[in-house]
Design a protein around this ligand. Structure first.
Ligand code: ADP
Ligand code: ZN
Length: 295
């Protein structure tokens, strides 16, 4: 019998916990709102305590956070803007309550690991998973491992050219104003146009501007990290007219400079939709747990 793993996604608004081994074998799954740290961590621990203990637990959390196993504050959510959650021990508390090995990373890194393991990035050496939702985040997986460094990538806060004549909107990032997320997140779209992103029709001019910003951000990622594929998910990407426009604009921006058809006439195979949908985060927890035991 193969080991069963626990996956947790602590999102800004919802938490998801699951037990299983893969997307086709999720034995139990629950969702509840992310409230205070004490209440939320207790609900997570209680879920796992009411089932046979998993072999290991993997957590994908909103950040910024400390994912460095050598750090004294490993497993903490650190400078997050989410009220009440600054400098909260997440992984250490669950490790103590459950007594099993715990892997910890950002929610987007977890989703990237899952898309690489079972989804749109299967079989590739490296991928980038970008989510465009309430905010923007990106996880990079190289050789099956989520990329970490001094802290962890925060691609949502990279800077993209902002032509204020074309787009006078100041941006919504509380720290940077018009960073990538500040200009192109779902919240930014809603505030710029005074209509929720989900309610803007596919032929609204909002989408051409959105495609411009998304292509500029993806160009930066592609230029620095050169992932073998970029997977774009999140609520905003549900606008079906958007991905084709981002592809077209990215191809133009690359301008034929890089000698690969994947950034040219095969761009449809390069910039793709996720395969795991909403479940990528929690499945990423399961994949991180599996990786932890595999060493
Ligand atoms: P979160 O980032 O909080 O996990 P989502 O990925 O679901 O949540 O993203 C939420 C954002 O996606 C909101 O700004 C919402 O307006 C936008 N959104 C949801 N559905 C659509 C849609 N069909 N078209 C465009 N935007 C959408
Ligand atoms: Zn920012």
């Amino acid at each position: 019998m193969s080991a069963i793993y626990g996956g947790v996604e602590t999102g800004g608004t919802w938490c998801v916990c699951a037990l299983g081994t893969s997307p086709d074998d999720v034995r139990e799954c629950v969702e509840f709102p992310t409230t205070t740290p004490a209440e939320t961590l207790d609900r997570i621990a209680s879920f796992f305590q009411s089932h046979p203990a998993p072999a290991a637990l993997g957590i994908g959390a909103f950040g910024p956070l400390d994912a460095d196993p050598a750090s004294p504050t490993w497993g903490h959510v650190t400078t997050t803007p989410k009220p009440g959650w600054q400098h909260t021990a997440v992984a250490p508390v669950l490790h103590e309550r459950l007594g099993v090995p715990v892997a910890f990373d950002t929610d987007v890194s977890a989703a990237a690991v899952a898309e690489h393991r079972w989804g749109a990035g299967r079989g590739l050496t490296s991928i980038c998973y970008v989510t465009v939702g309430t905010g923007i985040g990106a996880g990079l997986v190289v050789d099956g491992r989520p990329v970490r460094g001094l802290v962890h990538p925060e691609a949502g806060h990279l800077r993209v050219p902002h032509d204020r004549a074309r787009d006078p909107f100041a941006g919504v990032c509380p720290t940077h104003g018009d960073c990538w997320e500040g200009l192109a997140s779902g919240v930014a779209i809603g505030q710029r146009w005074g209509v929720k992103a989900a309610e803007l029709p596919g032929d609204h001019p909002a989408w051409e501007l959105e495609a411009e910003y998304l292509a500029l951000g993806v160009l930066a990622i592609v230029s620095v990290a050169s992932p073998h594929r970029v997977v774009m998910g999140g609520g905003v990407m549900q606008q079906q007219s958007l991905l084709p426009m981002v592809r077209r604009r990215l191809r133009e921006l690359v301008g034929g400079y890089l000698d690969t058809p994947l950034l040219g006439d095969r761009i449809d195979d390069y910039l793709v939709e996720p395969a795991l949908g909403d479940r990528a985060g929690v499945l990423g927890g399961i994949a991180l747990a599996e990786r932890l035991l595999a060493g």
